[in-house]
Design a protein around this ligand. Sequence first.
Ligand SMILES: NC(=O)c1ccc[n+]([C@@H]2O[C@H](COP(=O)([O-])OP(=O)(O)OC[C@H]3O[C@@H](n4cnc5c(N)ncnc54)[C@H](O)[C@@H]3O)[C@@H](O)[C@H]2O)c1
Length: 338
Amino acid sequence: MRALLVGCGGISRAWLRSVMQMPDVEIVALVDIRPEAAQSLAQEFGLEAVPTGTDLERMLEQTAPEAVFNCTVPEAHAAVALTALRHGCHVLSEKPLAHSLEDATRMVAAAEAAGRILAVIQNRRYDARIRRLRHFVASGALGPITTVNCDFFIGAHFGGFRDHMEHVLLLDMAIHTFDQARFLTSADPVSVYCHEWNPAGSWYDRDASAVAIFEMSGGIVFTYRGSWCAEGLNTTWEGDWRIICERGTVSWDGADGFKAQAVAATGTFLSQLQEVAVPACDPGDRIGGHAGNIREFVRCVREGGIPETVASDNVKSLAMVFAAIESAREGKRVQVRI
Ligand SMILES: NC(=O)c1ccc[n+]([C@@H]2O[C@H](COP(=O)([O-])OP(=O)(O)OC[C@H]3O[C@@H](n4cnc5c(N)ncnc54)[C@H](O)[C@@H]3O)[C@@H](O)[C@H]2O)c1
């Protein structure tokens, strides 16, 4: 698959490290509005023979790729994807799909009209451990899910654009966690109440912490407590999860720590509980973070099929983010528009 990569900043390196291991993908051009960014990326990855440029439209005409890898900043995602689709390319974009729900809707419609795949990197799904957790809850070992909690607490000193960004936690990070919640529950979001704030002593300009309560389809409640400005006792980047089902509970620390208890006997004040193993499962090749996500996209482009993170589905995770932002702004519960 011949691919053009646009946006040669920090995350593009994770993409190229993955793509370099894929013999069926060829990078045919590198584009960035900062010419030096594209040139230094080319040098770093031994791609000196690959053309670099600042004008996406011209580079698309010149190199006619089948796919565009969109690693630009969120504000540029829509314009880049719409241009690429107009040129008949399939697009795999960094999260978040778009900077607004209106843009996301336009992008999904454009992909449909062009008959091309538009998909999003949600690398935290492409993890053998979350697939193991999902497989376990879906097996029904503990009965149907009723409640999902996730804690995300990291003291991240990024520097750069995030320090000044509005809704930085919700827009730049919680998209992962909200998407994980949809993945784990197979449920759709219905409504949300969210409180967003900047804790005293924060090194961000604004919005580094948030607490949100989502109602999901099937009556499931998903609660999120998150901060990028929490020093000490950090969670993993994958989050610290508790999933309560009708007949037991499972927890996952986002790393290798799984615990589960199921009701063995009930009828007393506290039920008798027994430890249950969370069995390993074959996660297939949808693992390895970016590599797994990119691999699936390439396979769908080459052989047909719909990637798990196709934009028409991923827009539901994005809708959770924008509904949480709206709720925080208005100080009331809002419906998630999907
Ligand atoms: N999936 C993940 O785990 C993960 C991790 C980090 C970042 N990201 C996402 O990746 C994207 C980029 O983040 P980053 O940290 O690499 O940012 P960055 O600022 O390091 O890089 C972005 C690059 O895009 C270029 N750019 C901006 N607008 C452009 C345009 N219109 N056309 C061409 N190039 C343009 C910039 O010049 C810059 O070189 C963001 O959407 C971010 O949320 C995802």
